[in-house]
Design a protein around this ligand. Structure first.
Ligand SMILES: *[C@@H]1O[C@H](CO)[C@@H](O)[C@H](O)[C@H]1NC(C)=O
Ligand SMILES: *[C@@H]1O[C@H](CO)[C@@H](O)[C@H](O)[C@H]1NC(C)=O
Ligand SMILES: *[C@@H]1O[C@H](CO)[C@@H](O)[C@H](O)[C@H]1NC(C)=O
Ligand SMILES: *[C@@H]1O[C@H](CO)[C@@H](O)[C@H](O)[C@H]1NC(C)=O
Ligand SMILES: *[C@@H]1O[C@H](CO)[C@@H](O)[C@H](O)[C@H]1NC(C)=O
Ligand SMILES: *[C@@H]1O[C@H](CO)[C@@H](O)[C@H](O)[C@H]1NC(C)=O
Length: 767
């Protein structure tokens, strides 16, 4: 590796987001606690008030306060003992007190592919504006991440207008960072401490010493940079989703993860700074939180949305198991990842020039001729080691003498990061490695200068037969080349976290999918020791995979829509992105998961984003403040708690009499999830559409796609809009035709006039 140890550690964390889950998961110990006190008052909550509450509990100790949240959110973070935390929780006005959780980053020719690859049906109506990216000048995207590398060409402010007058943020002065690092593109930068760690001093600066934040920011709003490539691979023009938008940096992640207390501080600052969109490519395993009021991302996002900010988050990389989606609160736009039509090929040549397809990124060159001895790791098992460990190239399971100077074939059926395997075989003196792995090939692992590649188990049979048939097997691994227009694409990335939501099955999650495998974007030039832009061999652009990479594609698209319709609410923007999504791949077939099964809404939500159509949805499902309050009621919060949490509770508001989870299906969301359908009892759901297509009378008619075993009726079947902004409702009745629904079933409801298709996916299930 060319990177320092620190960088390498980061690298491992990036590719294995959930390997490290530290933080006070158990809860009953001393440390930083977050005290959440609901919505801030209009003029900001007072730091004094927080200090008073704190000192009422802490009689003697000073410096206990870590953050005070005053804008949008009210509350604070402080160093407390478990007993002190309990005592604070008893105060009126305190919604929740919980140990500071630690989140991890969600990482493991994207825009052009979207524009030309998947949009099988391109909107050619006269109003259509396919040059959206020239707009976006006054929209501000806040990025909560590892910081930024401001010298990257992606963040040049050439030709940009002056900073929008609405901007109220700041560009902090810190190590290797000052106001001259901000410009008309990067208009603000703030930095927060990471999770508490006594062993190591981490510099508190917006300068990105990791790369993730720079990658994500340039995907959302980087300008066009011709001639971008990763060491010559994937060369072309790099471009963000909204090249005209501004970037506000909130550095909240360090090598130890991203502290929830810092994330809340960043949300609070972003609300007063005046950002329009917030993009978070990080999260925690779905199982980590059982309630929104102990999840700082859900809390921060709630108050951001109340203040008109669209919040876009990655769904997580825990797929393809079900119920793994994180960041699943209904006010968040939750993004799954898909593959694109570009793959990285590194083939294996063996015997007398037989070739097997391999996928990976490596820059090694050990020759085109199969002259290197080949061995299956199982045959190199060390005395006393477990056979499964050995064939998986697990550390400390192989005999170095047997693999030295050879290419080693490793299985990959154990859940261990392939970078550990690479380290192990390389340290033992192997000259290359071949991973047998069906799952992660589309997410081309990057092995730098070590010749390593991944092959499918089907292709592996041939190579194993060859190994059996000869005494002195030989092979070589070819350096990576790029395959474009790969079919099928997109597919749902193997790693992408799947629905249903573990907190509320009556909200369909994830919401949407966007490119997240093998994404090329800007990178840090930090070389492990110094902040420098001159170090040789550090690439200016890098290929990364993860829902981390998918999230900023959607943030960029949301910014484009916001720039076109500045008055649209976060939920209108979300609806526009969801109802115009595509479910078709570049072979005109249904979108599938990476391994070939037809994808469902639990894989991709409404589908793959359509950058062309999303700016003209025709109709939108607006989720109102009251919808969110009702959601909290149905979710089990009482009126007094809700009044503290939200500043938008109207006088006389009361939770509906029968507030049960089933009713969540009725909040006006752009997708529908209905459960508890048992026997042949039917369930009626209501949705309301708002006309945003402009004036003029227009009539939409409905098309229902229903699975067998379910009758779906919609009334009325036609909706006649006579003016812009008009809202019309319809009812849907779901009736099972079988006595028990064995598994969740999927379908959709699409409203169509001559110009627009407004599609809402649904899922229906039994208990
Ligand atoms: C979009 O841009 C291209 C090239 O810059 C231009 O030829 C075309 O007319 C533009 N289209 C619209 C709808 O503005
Ligand atoms: C700008 O930010 C400051 C705090 O930094 C705040 O007091 C002020 O109210 C903000 N102004 C606006 C217009 O939001
Ligand atoms: C910012 O830092 C650079 C490089 O260290 C220095 O040249 C410049 O004078 C600084 N600018 C300000 C405004 O402090
Ligand atoms: C190779 O030989 C081993 C036993 O020596 C056997 O288990 C395996 O199935 C053989 N593989 C192939 C592909 O023939
Ligand atoms: C509302 O819920 C909170 C938290 O569960 C509880 O402490 C409080 O007593 C409840 N209030 C009422 C009026 O039921
Ligand atoms: C399903 O229905 C049962 C019985 O009506 C109810 O107790 C339960 O809370 C419902 N579950 C959900 C998730 O709504």
């Amino acid at each position: 590796m060319r990177y320092s140890t620190l960088c390498y550690v980061l690298f491992l964390i990036l590719f294995d987001a959930f390997l490290v889950e530290s933080g006070a998961a158990g809860g009953e110990k001393d440390g930083v606690y977050i005290v959440y006190m609901g919505a801030a008052t209009e003029h900001g909550s007072s730091k004094n008030e927080h200090a008073q509450l704190l000192s009422s509990v802490l009689k003697r100790r000073k410096n206990a306060l870590v953050h005070s949240y005053e804008h949008g959110i009210s509350g604070f973070a402080a160093r407390l003992s478990a007993a002190e935390a309990k005592s604070i929780a008893k105060n009126p006005g305190v919604v929740s007190v919980f140990p500071d959780p630690v989140y991890q980053l969600h990482t493991t020719r994207s825009w052009d592919f979207l524009k030309y690859g998947t949009d099988v049906k391109i909107d050619l109506s006269p109003n259509s504006d396919s040059n959206l990216s020239s707009r976006g000048n006054d929209v501000i995207i806040g990025i909560l991440d590892t910081g930024i590398w401001p010298e990257s060409k992606s963040f040049s402010d050439k030709d940009m207008d002056p900073i929008p007058s609405s901007w109220n943020g700041t560009c902090v002065k810190a190590q290797d960072f000052n106001s001259s690092n901000c410009n008309r593109k990067i208009i603000g930068a703030r930095s927060y401490n990471g999770p508490e760690d006594d062993d190591d001093e981490i510099v508190n600066t917006p300068r990105d010493m990791n790369g993730h934040g720079t990658h994500v920011a340039s995907t959302a709003a980087g300008i066009m940079v011709p001639g971008a490539s990763y060491h010559g691979l994937a060369s072309g023009t790099a471009k963000g989703g909204s090249p005209g938008s501004r970037i506000a940096v909130y550095r909240i992640c360090t090598p130890y993860g991203c502290a929830g207390s810092s994330i809340l501080a960043a949300f609070s600052d972003a609300i007063i700074d005046g950002v329009d969109i917030l993009s978070l490519s990080l999260g925690s395993p779905a199982s980590r939180f059982s309630d929104f009021k102990e999840d700082p991302i859900a809390i921060g996002a709630f108050h951001a949305v109340e203040n008109g900010i669209t919040v876009v988050c990655s769904a997580g990389n825990e797929g393809p198991s079900e119920k793994t989606v994180s960041n699943d609160a209904p006010w968040i736009l939750t993004v799954a990842a898909t593959t694109i039509d570009r793959r990285f090929k590194s083939n294996v040549v063996f015997d007398k020039n037989k070739v097997i397809k391999g996928e990976a990124i490596n820059f090694a060159n050990i020759g085109k001729s199969p002259v290197h001895p080949l061995i299956y790791a199982k045959s190199a098992k060390k005395a006393g080691a477990d056979e499964r460990d050995a064939r998986n190239c697990y550390p400390d399971s192989m005999d170095g003498k047997k693999i030295k100077g050879k290419i080693v074939i490793c299985d990959n059926d154990e859940d261990i990061n392939s970078y550990y395997k690479m380290d192990e075989v390389r340290t033992l003196g192997a000259i290359g490695a071949v991973l047998v792995d069906d799952k992660k090939r589309g997410d081309a692992s990057e092995f730098d200068e070590f010749p390593m590649t991944s092959i499918s188990s089907r292709d592996a049979v041939e190579i194993f037969a060859y190994l059996n048939s000869t005494k002195n097997p030989v092979a070589t691994i070819l350096p990576t080349t790029v395959v474009s227009q790969y079919k099928p694409a997109p597919t749902v990335s193997y790693f992408s976290s799947r629905g249903p939501s573990s907190i509320s099955r009556n909200i369909l999650k994830p919401d949407i999918a966007a490119p997240g495998s093998n994404i090329l974007a800007a990178w840090t030039a930090y070389n492990g020791e110094a902040a420098t832009d001159k170090t040789k061999n550090i690439p200016k652009f890098k290929i990364m995979s993860g829902t981390s990479m998918a999230c900023p594609h959607v943030s960029g698209l949301a910014a484009e829509i916001k720039s076109r319709y500045p008055s649209w609410s976060p939920s209108a923007i979300k609806s526009a992105i969801m109802t115009t999504a595509s479910q078709i791949n570049n072979m005109k077939g249904p979108l599938t998961a990476e391994l070939g099964a037809i994808a469902t809404a639990y894989d991709y939500g409404a589908g793959e984003i359509s950058t062309n159509r999303a700016s003209q949805p025709g109709l939108v499902y607006e989720t109102t403040a009251i919808d969110y309050l009702n959601f909290l009621c149905y979710h089990g919060y009482n009126k007094s708690t809700i009044k503290v949490i939200s500043k938008k509770v109207p006088a006389g508001f009361a939770c509906p009499k029968e507030s049960k989870a089933d009713l969540i299906s009725n909040i006006n969301y752009p997708s529908i999830a209905v459960f508890n359908l048992t026997g042949k009892h039917s369930r009626s759901i209501t949705r309301t559409l708002t006309n945003v297509a402009g004036g003029g009378e227009t009539t939409y008619s409905v098309t229902i796609e229903a699975p067998t075993g379910l009758t779906v009726t919609v009334s009325p079947t036609r909706l006649q809009f006579t003016k812009n902004g008009q809202r019309l409702s319809y009812h849907i009745i779901f009736t099972p035709t079988v006595s028990s629904l064995q598994k969740d079933m999927f379908g959709s409801i699409t409203w169509t006039n001559k110009k627009f298709n407004v599609r809402a996916p649904f899922v229906v299930g039994g208990r």
